[in-house]
Design a binder for this molecule. Sequence first.
Ligand code: HEC
Ligand code: HEC
Ligand code: HEC
Ligand code: HEC
Ligand code: HEC
Length: 294
Amino acid sequence: MRIILLLLITAFVIMPLSTVGAEKAKTIDELAKMYDSSQCKSCHAEIYAQWEKSHHARPLMGVKGGLMLTPLALKKGEKGATAFSEDDPKKMKISNFPCFKCHLPQAVTSAEDSVAAELAEALLAKDSAKVGKLQITCMVCHNEKALIHKRELGAPEKGVIYGNKDVASHAGGKIKKSAIMKDSVFCGQCHGLGPNLEFDQAFQCANLYGSYLHNYVSGGGTKSCQDCHMQKGDHLIAPNFNDDKQTSELLAKALTLDVETLGYEWLRKAATYVPKVVVNTKIVSSAGHRIPDG
Ligand code: HEC
Ligand code: HEC
Ligand code: HEC
Ligand code: HEC
Ligand code: HEC
């Protein structure tokens, strides 16, 4: 009797949780709306404009609009298709796009498989406007990714914005302090989890945070990702690879080139001078990790 009662109680406790699952987005538009951050624009215009130009605002678009997820959407067996492809794009599921783990984390937590099928069809139709709706928005970073100790702290509260400090009244809601916004581990959630050995088909994309910890910090480096990439809260988080001029200026600033030369003449035999030169070059990168990456 006791056991039956316990089972009944467990059933009731589990029920409400599964209804949360039922609220997942069924279409690209629904998922985009769930994480829509356009309301932030009116008060944070500068940050919004920086973010709009950033890679985080176009995580499925590829460099210069190359729609880099297209190979996954191709038919199995077709030239260029991947191990994640299906024989019909309509069969594509969230699990066929392991890329979502970092390129669109909200798809893993909040989208039905129908979103993956719709995305596959949009990729094949080169429908950039539709693919472009899927973004790492303000709310992805300032809510979904703002807590990492979820067993102790619980999941991020719905609708709450997390920042560097508590703000009791903010745009009709409130801001809660997150312990990690200033810490490199915040960025490491997406920039440091490769190689991805947990999927049934392992692959690699981006483990720059590993290089930061094991090469830069261990060598005496003291700066965080934010110190170098988000000075004064800059949400462009450069480099922006769609902007060649800005990227080459940044690279020129980030690389020093020291050249030391010694010119001399070698007296090979009487009255025969052979000109010789010794050139030593040293290129130093000021990045806090190896480049290139990803
Ligand atoms: C009505 C205007 C308004 C809107 C809309 C608004 N904010 Fe703010 N926000 C502010 C003001 C003002 C502050 C400064 C509050 C303070 O420091 O006391 C602020 C501060 C912040 C902070 C900084 C907290 C910290 O770490 O110091 C974050 C993060 C933030 N807003 C995120 C957002 C996001 C994300 C959105 C959209 C979902 C948004 N805001 C929409 C006015 C607004
Ligand atoms: C572990 C997290 C993670 C996973 C999983 C992941 N990526 Fe990435 N990817 C990144 C990050 C972060 C960058 C940014 C570059 C960097 O950190 O060096 C990136 C950059 C890229 C780039 C270069 C930028 C661009 O837009 O062209 C491509 C292409 C790419 N990823 C494709 C994929 C594909 C395809 C998958 C799935 C098969 C995938 N990634 C899975 C984190 C990930
Ligand atoms: C890729 C993740 C990411 C995205 C996307 C993002 N933020 Fe942030 N934001 C951060 C981090 C990390 C900080 C803390 C930086 C620091 O303190 O060094 C921050 C800080 C802020 C601050 C405080 C700035 C300051 O100088 O005190 C505001 C306000 C803010 N974000 C608003 C926004 C708004 C509005 C958007 C969308 C347009 C947005 N953020 C998108 C990661 C993000
Ligand atoms: C939600 C996951 C996520 C978080 C959190 C995140 N990023 Fe990214 N970031 C990405 C992805 C995915 C890309 C590549 C987008 C693309 O395909 O163009 C990217 C692109 C970038 C780029 C542009 C260069 C490139 O190779 O595309 C820089 C620089 C960058 N991120 C730095 C940071 C820093 C610094 C932080 C922490 C303040 C951070 N990111 C937080 C996922 C994330
Ligand atoms: C000491 C400063 C510094 C630190 C710390 C730092 N970065 Fe960088 N990062 C740079 C510089 C400089 C570049 C090179 C700019 C370029 O490629 O044009 C760069 C480039 C990048 C790129 C582009 C990689 C590529 O393939 O070209 C990404 C992504 C990135 N950083 C993310 C991060 C993340 C995430 C962290 C923290 C784990 C971090 N950075 C820590 C300075 C830094």
